[in-house]
Design a protein around this ligand. Structure first.
Ligand SMILES: Cc1cc2nc3c(=O)[nH]c(=O)nc-3n(C[C@H](O)[C@H](O)[C@H](O)COP(=O)(O)O)c2cc1C
Length: 336
């Protein structure tokens, strides 16, 4: 200490930072009248830290219950240790146990240990309460008679490592369940279908065509539609109040759509390859479309990564009376 104080301080600061950046945290709560339970706690903590888990070591005798509750809440698991004194756990341990039972959900991994002389009621009581409340244990309860010897300390350290491994397993399972659920939600969203359309616009002499499958009728009176387009494409289409455009509803069995898929044909001139004519509003009608609607933008809303356009239909026609509307079926709601 005398010669290496600053070095020790630096090492300690670094160790603290590592502890804070660890993924999992365990609250290690104990009380100890003569130091034996505290020694067991240190050995368990060593095993946890060596296995890469951060430990919040708390002496219940000197910690405020509110702080205790916060630490338990922020931890992925807890381990509680107690001496047995006159057949009981010290009051501070009983308070800590009360906080756990009332606030920590039983998905948090649990552990119990303690030092005793002849009967060890405190350890049994804590174990039983946790079992009654269906907590899972990261190691079997550790009972140490009086002062732990070297072998016992090694056992405690191993128990700490075992606890860390159990914690990792539990978290990996929880994560994969969440991922599977996210996948199922995506699949469910993907069951929404939309008709495949090409939205044609004009800005001066410049004409552009945007493929969209997120189209739906929005109102009867006036006849209105809503279209959701990717924010990047929305900038290209530049539809605002009064902007005219044509919504070309494509028909099944034609290959028109591939000319307007911006991912594979960015920079190409699609109208050079697709038969078209002018609508009354000056935008292009694709002659291979099933039907078309001349529209005027009324409203746009920026929603997340898309822009939602509401437009009123001024006129339209069916070009192929026996054709079937092309519909986009998807496996996942995370892509078009
Ligand atoms: C006043 C007193 C009462 C005790 N009562 C019990 C008891 O009822 N049952 C038991 O198993 N051990 C009892 N013990 C033994 C302690 O549990 C044992 O010394 C233990 O190692 C203390 O742990 P600590 O050093 O963490 O305080 C008692 C010890 C003292 C000093």
């Amino acid at each position: 200490m005398r010669y290496s104080l600053s070095r020790l301080r630096d090492d300690y600061r670094q160790w603290c930072q590592q502890q804070d950046s660890q993924v999992s945290q365990v609250a290690l709560l104990y009380a100890s009248a003569y130091g034996n339970t505290a020694t067991v706690a240190s050995a368990i903590a060593q095993g946890l830290v060596e296995a890469g888990v951060a430990v919040k070591s708390i002496n219940c005798e000197s910690t405020d219950p509110a702080e205790l509750a916060q630490i338990i809440e922020a931890s992925d698991g807890f381990i509680i240790g107690s001496p047995t004194l006159a057949g009981h756990a010290p009051v501070q341990v009983q308070t800590a146990l009360g906080i756990i039972l009332s606030s920590a959900d039983n998905t948090k991994l649990a552990g119990v240990f303690g030092s005793y002389g002849w009967s060890g009621e405190a350890i049994d009581l804590i174990e039983q309460k946790l079992r009654d409340n269906r907590y899972r244990f990261g190691f079997e309860p550790i009972r140490v008679r009086f002062t732990p010897d070297a072998d016992m300390l090694q056992t405690c350290q191993t128990a700490g490592t075992e606890f860390a491994q159990q914690l990792r397993k539990q978290q990996a399972t929880r994560q994969s369940v969440t991922e599977v659920q996210a996948g199922r939600t995506e699949q469910a969203v993907g069951r929404i279908v939309g008709s495949i359309c090409v939205l044609t616009t004009r800005q001066g002499n410049r004409r552009s065509g945007t493929l969209s499958t997120w189209v739906s009728q929005a109102t009867f009176s006036p006849p209105g539609v809503m279209i959701s387009i990717d924010s990047n494409q929305a900038a290209e289409a530049a539809i605002e109040l009064d902007t005219p455009f044509v919504l070309n509803l494509l028909q099944e069995g034609r290959t028109v759509r591939r000319h307007f898929d911006y991912r594979s044909h960015a920079g190409d001139e699609p109208f050079a390859q697709v038969k078209h004519r002018h609508a009354d509003n000056g935008c292009f009608i694709l002659e291979d479309a099933l039907a078309y609607l001349e529209c005027e933008g009324q409203n746009t809303i920026d929603c997340g990564d898309h822009q939602l356009i509401y437009a009123v239909v001024s006129s339209g026609d069916v070009l192929e009376t026996t054709g079937v509307t092309a519909v986009q079926h998807r496996k996942s709601g995370s892509q078009y």
